[in-house]
Design a protein around this ligand. Structure first.
Ligand code: AMP
Ligand code: MG
Length: 420
């Protein structure tokens, strides 16, 4: 039995995926989107010369020699607060009380922070002499109007969204946010909180995949679970193909007699099933379904297999839908190195994905590694990629680790910053 290499299976998946159409997206809907066109600033940033401190707008020359022992006293003309739109002028020998972000009056060339004064409102005693332009933010010093602030291909992170908004650009041209449909399959599956009869289990995959999709910045489309029967699955697939840009199923793809996903989709002629040289996650399928040739990835049902398959196959497919360049041969690229805390064995001739906790660069296998084992999933924040030709990881070896989507840095109980 020859197994298909991980990169070949990913390449076959990517061949079915094209970027979603481009649209004008309101910024509020654009988190995680990839820009199809560059963004140019509509305004200078800052848009007007303003104060960086709460204090007094002055002419620096009027404050020469000011110190605690010999303060300079100036009359205060009035207050300028943030949002003040009136034109203001500063005559020599006076000052304005000014707030952070408020426009500098014409003629002022420095700000004395309130901390270097007695806080006066009629007259003020200034106890420090400012350098010219001290605490002044100049119009256009950050970004000039018309300048490109983001290139095509940039992914909109929270910081970049702030930049686009500050540039007074309300919409961006980007690929339509992909919709990813999730169908779990299995007669044994029930909702969390159900009365479980002997032989029944909770459908944890659809919740996990929905959360993974959402944590990847993409909108999940959750569809009703399918039973292991042809009609139920056919209905779900038809609905999914119409509603989504990518369809994910879990379960029903191994060698069992009731592996309906395989049964139904094998007949379609547009979906192929393969054994991929990986553990967990060997049984995989992919192709297109429905009138729009919607890409589909059929994930194995075992929770850990589904988790690993999501990171190895689904994340790159989502990136391709978002219009990002993805190279199947470089599927390990997002991995970060970790040093093995202990030795552990690895299966020959397959890439082994070992669930690990990665903290401060140390990778420790977490809990039972069986593909059905969810017990230790709570601790894992990464999966170590152990190449097919490695049969033993030695303590201290550097292993490449894919961070699990949705595990964010936080302070742990020991007070150290780590993932999880
Ligand atoms: P299958 O691929 O359908 O043979 O499923 C493989 C294993 O994964 C079986 O033990 C299933 O009970 C389990 N499984 C399948 N789907 C889910 C699911 N949605 N949530 C949790 N476990 C599942
Ligand atoms: Mg099943």
């Amino acid at each position: 039995m020859t197994l298909r290499p991980v990169e070949d299976h990913l390449a076959a998946i990517l061949a079915t995926v094209s970027p979603t159409p481009t649209v004008d997206l309101a910024l509020r809907d654009a988190l995680g989107a990839t820009l199809a066109e560059p963004v140019r600033s509509a305004v200078d940033l800052p848009g007007f010369t303003n104060s960086a401190m709460d204090g007094y707008a002055v002419r620096a020359a009027d404050c020469a020699g000011a110190s605690t022992s010999s303060p300079v006293r100036l009359p205060v003309v009035g207050d300028i607060q943030a949002g003040d739109t009136s034109p203001r002028t500063l005559e020599p020998g006076a000052c304005w009380r000014i707030m952070t972000g408020a426009p500098m009056p014409e003629g002022a060339d420095a700000v004395v922070p309130v901390e270097d004064s007695d806080g006066g409102t009629e007259t003020v005693a200034l106890t420090a002499a400012p350098d010219l332009h001290r605490h002044v933010r100049f119009r256009g010093e950050d970004v000039a109007a018309g300048a490109q602030v983001l290139a095509a291909g940039a992914v909109l992170t929270p910081g970049r969204l702030a930049l686009v908004a500050a540039a007074n650009v309300a919409t961006v041209r980007a690929n339509t946010p992909p919709r990813v449909a999730i169908i779990s399959t299995g007669d044994e599956l029930r909702e969390p909180g159900s009365e479980l009869a002997h032989g029944q289990i909770v459908d944890s995959n659809s919740l996990m995949l929905e959360a993974l999709v959402r944590a990847s910045g993409v909108e999940p489309v959750r569809l009703p679970r399918s039973r292991d029967d042809v009609d139920s699955l056919t209905r779900a697939l038809t609905e999914a193909a119409a509603a989504a840009d990518l369809v994910l199923t879990t379960g029903g793809v191994s060698m069992g007699a009731y592996d309906t996903v395989k049964e139904v989709l094998s007949r379609s002629g547009t979906v192929e099933f393969a054994k991929v040289a990986m553990r967990p996650g060997m049984p995989q399928g992919h192709g297109v379904i429905g009138p729009r040739a919607t890409p589909i990835i059929t994930l194995p049902g075992n929770p850990l297999s589904a988790m690993v398959s999501f990171h190895v196959f689904v994340l790159p497919a989502i990136a391709a839908l978002q219009g990002r360049p993805v190279d199947a041969a470089n599927w390990r690229a997002p991995a970060v190195p970790g040093r093995a805390a202990v030795a552990w064995p690895s299966v020959p001739d397959k890439v082994e994905f070992t669930r690990v906790t990665l903290r401060r660069g140390i990778a420790t296998p977490s809990g039972g590694q069986g593909s059905h084992m969810v017990g230790a999933l709570a601790d894992a924040n990464a999966i170590a990629i152990i190449p097919a030709d490695v049969t033993q990881v030695q303590e201290g070896d550097v292993v490449q680790c894919l961070r699990l989507v949705g595990t964010i840095p936080a302070n742990n109980a020991a007070g150290e910053v780590s993932m999880l």
